[in-house]
Design a protein around this ligand. Sequence first.
Ligand code: GLY
Ligand code: MN
Length: 460
Amino acid sequence: MFPASTYIKRRKSLKESVKSGVLLFLGNEESPMNYLDNTYHFRQDSSFLYFFGLNYAGLAAIIDLDEDKEIVFGNDLTVDDIIWMGTQPTLKERGQSYGIQDVRPMAQLDAYLSKSQQSGRQIHFLPPYRSESIIKLYHLLNIEPSKTKELSSVEFVLGVVNLRNHKSTEEIIEIEKAVDISVDMHVAAIKLARAGMKESELAAAAQQVAVAAGGQISFPIIMTINGQTLHNHYHGNTLKSGDMVLCDCGAETDLNYSGDLSSTFPVDHHFTPIQKQIYEVTLRAHESALAKLAPGVPFRDVHLAACRETVVGLSELGLMKGDPDEAVQAGAHAMFFPCGTGHMMGMDVHDMEDLGEVYVGYDGEPKSTVFGLKSLRLARPLEPGFVATIEPGVYFIPELIDLWRSENKCTDFINFNEVEKFKSFSGIRNEEDVLITPDGYRVLGKRKPKTIEEIEALRK
Ligand code: GLY
Ligand code: MN
């Protein structure tokens, strides 16, 4: 945990950005898998954790801006609980570690909020993403479940986003821990792969590294020979000679900060010549995105630089043609690269996606609805302290190729006869995590094997 002063300072900064009313924070509950006592791994709400530090279920908190109070609501364990769960510190004892002096039983939350509402004060809440939080808002504030998003407080969201988007030095240290473990997860999988193994064996090896380091995975592991499917969580295929494996996985530390990396490697000792050529295109796109990173540069331009370099590389291979700028303008690259170059990362692997990409990644500006650009999660001008991923890729998605071909889409820029030969190629992506610094950027954590030489050296 960070020192209590960190949490006190975060709450103070938030209080300075939202003017009046009561800020309501709902912690997460345990989530049953198949019956009440058999639960998934507990994951605290990231904003609750950011401001209050308490990493267990059954809590709520308020910051009363008008009366300058910070209160955590929760119940201490009964003897029945202690028999099953062991001795635990009280809420009061735990709260003190995070600078919280005022703790009260959960039963008092309802009355506190009702009294505040009756006196005409605004209760600000964040958009909930779990059904139990939606139900709590109904019981506590009489908010219709279908209205929780539109009635959530934009002022509160912006206050949280502005703080959490700028990572402090102690947060960067924690994120780099997560990235270092994530690199080890990748290296373990890259070294282990052999023809005849199941994808699940590689996924298990990667997860073992995260858990052994005292954390967890930051999202379900992607470990697939079908890398053309962007988020493929199936692990049942057997690796065979000639395949490539796309591994997209990361660790979450015990303070719940994430890493998020992707690698693509051959099942054989070496990439095939054509795999190397496409790999080099993705690397060039990756490096062109990195080269753009600096404060003040809109991440949309970073993305467009990666798109342009992808077009140039694919044109050299005969898969695309025409003027690269016009091809990007027409969105032709999106058949090969239908997603974004990166996203914010922090306590959430897609940081604060629950609070709204438009606020986190677009500074309130609307997102594009154009195919490709609509999947870009980050577009705003970069600022020192932002942490983001860089993850351009090239994907040959048979259904998308067939659709575009049948619609004669972007025929000025795509050589469909050539592309046809790549329909079983799969996909390639590298991903690294970067910090925007006052002078430019820094790739976080230890180096992830990225070049063809670095990958093949691990495949011996
Ligand atoms: N690494 C998963 C994602 O960025 O969506
Ligand atoms: Mn990512």
